[in-house]
Design a protein around this ligand. Sequence first.
Ligand code: MTE
Ligand code: QUE
Ligand code: MOS
Length: 805
Amino acid sequence: MRKLPDVSNTEDSAKDRTNSARGVAGNSAMHDSAWKHVRGEARYIDDLPEPEGLLHAAVGQSSHAHANIKSMDLSAVRAYPGVVAVLTVDDVPGHIDIGPVFPGDPVLANGLVEHVGQPLFAVAATSLRAARQAARLAKVEYEPLDHAVTVHDALKKQIFVRPDHTQQRGDYEKALNEAPHRLQGEINVGGQEHFYLEGQACLVEPTEDAGVHVHTSSQHPSEVQTLVAEVLNLPIHEVTVEVRRMGGGFGGKETQAAPLACVAALLARHTGRAVKYRLARYDDMVQTGKRHDFYNTYDLGFDDDGVLQGADIMVAGRCGYSPDLSDAIVDRAMFHSDNAYSLGPARVVGHRCKTHTVSNTAFRGFGGPQGMMTIEMAMDDIARHLNLDPLDVRKRNLYRPGRDSTHYGQVVEQHVLGDLIEKLEASADYRERREEIKRFNSDNPVLKRGISLTPVKFGISFTVQHLNQAGALVHIYTDGSILVNHGGTEMGQGLYIKVAQVVAAAFQVDLDKIKVTSTRTDKVPNTSPTAASSGSDLNGMAALDACEKIKANLTEYAAKKFNVAESEVRFANNQVIAGEQAVDWAEFVQGAYTARIPLFSSGYYQTPKIHYDRNTGSGRPFYYYANGAACSEVIVDTLTGEYRILRTDILHDVGQSLNPAIDIGQIEGAFVQGAGWLTTEELVYADDGRLLSNGPATYKIPAVSDAPLDFRVELLENNPNKEATVFRSKAVGEPPFMLGMAVWSALRDAIASIADYRHSTPLDTPATPERVLGAITRTQQWVENRAAELSTEQAAQKAQEGEPA
Ligand code: MTE
Ligand code: QUE
Ligand code: MOS
């Protein structure tokens, strides 16, 4: 069993460290819904009891990627049995545009369509089947317009959803010109479907005051609330949004839940009846945004040891038809184009490409993964160019004291990776296995093995400063039970249990005294999305602030009551201890209530130290960095391109873990999701803009059998966050996603073995067996060409020496 980490900043930690029943911060308390999840008792939107008179919603969808709507005949839709209401954009009482940050997203099409699947009109019917059947009966006439589908189309046409942006430090051109070696490269990095198990869904009930109560599967309740209020033309306080849990979000429910809620709210308002709107998997895949695919290029200078001297990097993301969150996503790709390496003088340019496809959105890592791929590709390319081990090139380029300033001016202060990589290199037996793999590869003409160890450094904080705040509400009832609310949402990541642990640790009571209830906009207002891995950092601190305020009241009361100094009052072991006297928690709370001491408080937190000036492209956008590294070994069949992950070792930095079991679960899940993104998950669009990979039969997410056969995950021990985060923990949600890069790099290693590690052919992602086979063929071609060149050279040499050819 894993040793549990130190929790030296909780009060009587030494005693409670290994007692998981206590569930204080730092212990592996079970997910609060674990039993409900496995027994099927956890309620998702579609499990909620259905209100009387419930209607079901569906929308008619555009069949064109880019077209003017000439006419729309909805008579057959309206006539379909069971249909109660059919609404178009003309029936919207308030705002039509529901773009979350910038305009560009009409709630229902307004004379123009910009992607296949775009909602044209909304139907409410007495059954889900009737709504979906009726929605197909519209007769729509289109006037097709010129369209772009790929990043390359958009770059050629020069169409963008937002202006481009540059981060630059130093004279990169001079550095590139003066470097002893220089390499260029390019890569197409694929997108990704979220494939949350629970699809997009909401249930909207009209209230007695013409407002609405919205149950939604959303990471961003406050945004749903605001947008629903805007389309209904209501003050925000008439709309209440409630989120108990999501069956996975992964970024796909930050902005993408709102359009459904707005459509359902319009129908509910129009009919006066409750409306449920949930998407079939096929519609979910066609209608909602995904991870941006990117086209990236690099131009790098380096010395004989492979140490970078300068860089010129370009990243271009497929944003789809509207901005959505793409500005911040491409920014994050730019911020992470260095991954863990000091680039030297550098320029990083980011393009936000407009295409007539669904508007792409947040997905675990938020552009960071796509940004990192370029420099990780380059690390392998440099190593092959100089005939070095890729791990040595990576290690030499790490940020370290004296080489610690990023291309956006933030100084890396906590140097975790050097030590972390040394430890992983040793525990994974990297060097021995590399030698063994070389032997295996020279003995085996068909099967080739590959290994790679790649780091991740991921900036923690929203790069949009105002989002880095949170609120919480803590109530203590007279029996000593505690109710907690905060602005964060639960999507399976374990945020509720972590915040409960923080509260239990603050009062030093058992975890079973704490209950975290549904996230609601009428309890904590103006919340940020649960995103950027910041859920526990922000909401944990807000909850802790509420607890500290209540504790101050209780401490003052206890000091007076027991006639001791306030410094003599302690909270420990389900008791309040005042000098020599100890009172049980429940009894103490009852006494405090009787003495008229307030037993509830709000709490608030804003992340300190962060600032970023987008005009100069410099500042400190991140409070700190989370780090990790993975070592993966793969085996490739060079006749088919098929492969397996044989083994993966991970060492990851979560600071001082709030909950090691939850964190390890996050790391395992994120790694597999990241490996799936880079290997099997392929989005295919037809030239007319239709998504062809629109269901599980055509889109391959990893199964249990795709996880590494041998999978070893460890947390970096004795490694508290140097910044004052909640109990010195670090965010864990997104960073380990990028550990999946080790698998892709190991595939490149196996392929490079064919050329005795002297050639580095590009490998676009997803690296499906088809692409791997292509890379194998190119490498074999390179070997043949080189052999031919060598023999010509030899022949020429011999001819010169006067011998017959
Ligand atoms: N884990 C599960 N089980 N389900 C999810 O949807 N989303 C990820 C990550 N881990 C997700 C998850 C993403 S994209 C983010 S930003 C974080 O969780 C959000 O939660 P946190 O900030 O509380 O870690
Ligand atoms: C990381 C993120 C997000 C981000 C910035 C990051 C994110 C997100 C937003 C965002 C930006 C502007 C808004 C808004 C949200 O920015 O998830 O509502 O107005 O939603 O660095 O994960
Ligand atoms: Mo996560 S992509 O920030 O929801």
